[in-house]
Ligand binder design. Structure first.
Ligand SMILES: [Zn+2]
Length: 185
């Protein structure tokens, strides 16, 4: 089934038979995402880079169909989720966070008139065939946050812990305020 993601396929044929693709592939199959992660992690010394991150699984569920737009416009719907690794912009250590996006695309020929259909986005096809992995690659990149952080300051590495010992407190500057207000009453 992964071949339907990686190979060139005719989306209209997949829509015709209402193909569902439900599989898991590794990050390394996503060429541009891999490149972005690689250059992000490149700032870390080799021993601090997450091992074998290229093998992190990406769960994919896609379905092809024709909507009510007729047989010239295949629709692609689905969901893709994985774990993104990157460099935390607070402590400059590797960190990971969930990355997930939903897909709703109208597959139309390059240069064709734009169509509006529900909340679908347009994906232009240069040829009659496409490699679904390329669309997923771009969708995941679009879903990436602008910068990556550990989910909480407590998870951050020594750079943050050492240089701002009060970081935990400072993150909640109003923590004591409520108690003080109570005292005033
Ligand atoms: Zn951090």
């Amino acid at each position: 089934m992964t071949r339907l993601l990686l190979d060139s396929v005719f989306p209209s044929k997949l829509a015709e038979r209402r193909q569902v693709i439900d599989c898991e592939v590794q990050i390394k199959n996503f060429a541009r995402l891999t490149e972005i992660v690689q250059s992000d992690l490149a700032v870390l010394p080799a021993e601090k880079r997450p091992a074998k991150w290229q093998q992190i699984p990406v769960a994919v569920r896609l379905s092809f169909d024709f909507g009510t737009l007729g047989k010239s416009v295949p629709l692609l719907k689905g969901e893709v989720s994985t774990t993104l690794v990157g460099v935390c912009q607070r402590c400059l250590e590797a960190c990971s966070l969930p990355l997930k996006t939903t897909l709703r695309y109208l597959l139309i020929p390059l240069g064709a008139d734009a169509i509006e259909y529900e909340d679908y986005e347009i994906w232009e096809l240069a040829e009659k065939t496409m490699r679904p992995i390329e669309l997923l690659d771009e969708a995941l990149i679009m879903a990436m946050p602008f910068s990556v952080f550990h989910r909480s300051i407590e998870e951050c590495g020594p750079l943050v812990q050492e240089f701002s010992p009060a970081a935990g407190k400072m993150a909640r500057p109003f923590a004591g305020l409520r108690a003080q207000l109570k005292d005033l009453k």
